[in-house]
Design a protein around this ligand. Sequence first.
Ligand code: PXL
Length: 267
Amino acid sequence: MSHVLSLQDLSCVGRCSLTVALPVLSAMGHQCSVLPTAVLSTHTGFPGPEEVSLTDVLPAFARHWSDRGITFDAVTVGYLSGPEQVSAAAQVLDCFPCGLILDPVLGDGGRLYSRMTPDHIAALRSLFPRAKTVLPNVTEAAFLTGLPYRETAEEGYCEDLAAGLLSYGAETAVITGIPWGENETGWYFSDGHTAISFRNRLVLRAIHGTGDLFAAALTGAYLRGKNLPDAARLAAEFVRRCVENTPEATPMGPVFEPVLPWLWQQL
Ligand code: PXL
């Protein structure tokens, strides 16, 4: 069993961030400790969520753990709401120099989520040198690298995106949600030497939280000893099954709970 710290928001309603990471990592046999960066009534896909920011207390929480001798095998970072939160997250990471799995959450479908700014994009890039891997979707990879967003992708485009991401200092990158063709989606992995692409049957339903689900399952599989491409394969298949299990494109997020026993059986 590994001890993982999941640092991202707690959106109380609408499966994403911590309400996805905690159950998925627990179901994969890990101890998942949490550091909520903010508590929101819902994720920002619902109009007008209430929010209490915890940015100011994050470094003190980390210092308390560090003073008590608490350690982690990995830290996973997801949605952060602005550059101040990225710098608070960096202070937390200073206390725990272990493997970082960074999902630079910024947007989807070629568009940034509300609240995301150029300063936030620049701040996220500054975390890359700490990352064992980064897990942007195509939209996020395009905004991070400054390359154009493309509705359909081929290997050369992915290679350029990955090279851009690795140039900011990440050890590896897994670009997710790649639109390979009309009926295919998948991911592209690169460590700067080896590139691997993965294709999966596309289920046409844009659902909030699938990236968070992918990040949690990949982290869980990686910490169970799988290499990153194998962990990404399992995570992609898990997400596909969850999306198939979700009756409609709902802001409540992917219905993953009934798929957890399948995930456990794959380990
Ligand atoms: O799933 C990404 C995510 C996480 N957390 C919050 C969000 C979003 C996407 O919109 O709003 C608060």
